[in-house]
Write a protein that binds this ligand. Sequence first.
Ligand code: SF4
Length: 86
Amino acid sequence: MFHSVPHVSMKIPNLLDIAMAWARAANPTPEQALRAEHRLSMCNVCEFKAWSTLTSTFLCSACGCPLSKKVYATGRDACPKGIWTE
Ligand code: SF4
């Protein structure tokens, strides 16, 4: 079951990496797009995937980041629960 509201005790994301992820999401290389698609497939079955009614998008409830952008982060450690494999 998906959480609907991000946790209050969210892990603070690497803000620079998240900002770069937004930029990459706008014009990804084929390799970045493939990696993002793979990561999103893991998020789609993750218990921390949450719908935000405020922004009308899916978030990671463990950190509060929008998934469609977060999956373009540089390192797999951007997943706060260590679920991403790449
Ligand atoms: S980033 Fe990690 S913890 Fe967050 S929804 Fe995706 S797989 Fe789950």
